[in-house]
Design a protein around this ligand. Structure first.
Ligand code: SAM
Ligand code: SF4
Length: 331
């Protein structure tokens, strides 16, 4: 049974950023020159991550997601998947990736025990993809998605951050793809985190809210019908175009926050337990782990985190987290 926090929310989900490094430079995630990477000795080793997951599972966390930075650039990532797939109590092991290296790793990840992937994809246009990511090739992501499908990493969810002036003319194209592909496309509202490159000061004007996206889609493709979530139990609300194979979902941290149902904790690449994506409150696990803390001690720290989890974020009061960039936390 998952532990309840101070606001009666069952905490059942741990997201782990396995690296702050990335092979892309998405304009809304980091500046084009990148951010200074943390030295290797600050990053948790796999042997340090495993007891954290074991402790979390003993406290009722059943769902674990690996993210980054880009998780597939970390050497040995398949070994970490294998280690975590063997932790009793973890029954949903997933990854969020930009998909560039998925063609190479999908089959090995599935064989090691990964169950599914979310692929982040903000545009269907090759030229625009290069512009948004500063260095990526869209064809590699297609190959990655296809490899994931063949490997049985299903269902495939596509995460699309919609940003005014960047890709807000594409939601209809994404939604149209769900007619013939069993993709679950989720449109995500832009959030302010640390340094966001060129759109740092203007992020609020760049947010395209879910109602605006929904209206665009319905004006062209017809009414969306409510649909059931596939798997995962996250904050997205799902819909389906009549007869479509896939679904369209909305994740609305800005227009309609879902903090009241938040079930998650986050582990940053450098070993800090982050209690809310949009608040800088953290508990240092790395120091304790390196001083010899075992599963029992880590459990006590996790419980402290669960009890201290903030009720909600405070973006509407103009308080935004400043301490970290998104790539250190993992979304
Ligand atoms: N590199 C992997 C990827 O892109 O999927 C995993 C890490 S990335 C930080 C996780 C997710 O956060 C991606 O879907 C990305 O689009 C999203 N993201 C990054 N910066 C964001 C922001 N400022 N607002 C909303 N989502 C953001
Ligand atoms: Fe890298 Fe993901 Fe951030 Fe893009 S969103 S720069 S792929 S960490």
């Amino acid at each position: 049974m998952a532990h309840l926090d101070a606001y009666n929310r069952p905490i059942s989900y741990l997201r782990i950023s396995v690296t702050d490094r990335c092979n892309l430079r998405c304009v809304y995630c980091m500046p084009p020159e990148g951010v200074p990477w943390r030295p290797h000795d600050q990053i948790l080793s796999y042997e340090e991550i495993e007891p954290v997951v074991r402790a979390a599972a003993e406290l009722g966390v059943s769902k674990v997601r690996l993210t980054g930075g880009e998780p597939l650039v970390r050497p040995g990532i398949v070994d970490l998947v294998r280690m975590l797939a063997g932790v009793p109590g973890v029954d949903d092991l997933a990854m969020t990736t930009n998909g560039i290296l998925l063609g190479r790793y999908a089959a090995d990840l599935a064989a090691a025990g990964l169950q599914r992937v979310n692929v982040s994809l903000d545009t269907l246009r090759p030229e625009r993809f290069r512009r948004i990511t500063a260095r990526g090739e869209l064809s590699e992501v297609w190959a990655g998605i296809e490899a994931a499908r063949r490997a049985g990493l299903a269902p495939i969810k596509i995460n699309t951050v919609v940003i005014r002036g960047l890709n807000d003319d594409e939601p209809v194209d994404f939604a149209r793809r769900t007619l013939t592909e069993s993709w679950h496309v989720r449109f995500i509202e832009l959030m302010p985190l640390g340094v966001m490159g060129p759109m740092d000061d203007e992020w609020h004007d760049r947010v395209v809210t879910a109602p605006v996206i929904r209206a665009q889609i319905e004006a062209t493709l017809g009414a969306l019908e409510p649909a059931k979530a596939s798997v995962g139990g996250g904050p997205a609300r799902y819909y389906r175009l009549p007869g479509a194979m896939g679904t369209v979902g909305f994740i609305t941290p800005i227009s309609e926050h879902f903090c009241y149902q938040c079930n998650r904790l986050r582990l940053t690449a450098d070993g800090q337990l982050r209690l809310c994506l949009l608040s800088d409150v953290e508990i240092d696990l790395r120091t304790s782990l390196r001083q010899g803390a075992g599963v029992a001690e880590v459990k006590a720290l996790l419980l402290e985190g669960i009890q201290g989890k903030p009720m909600q974020h405070h973006l509407s009061d103009r308080q935004r987290p400043e301490k970290r960039v998104m790539s250190e936390i993992g979304g």
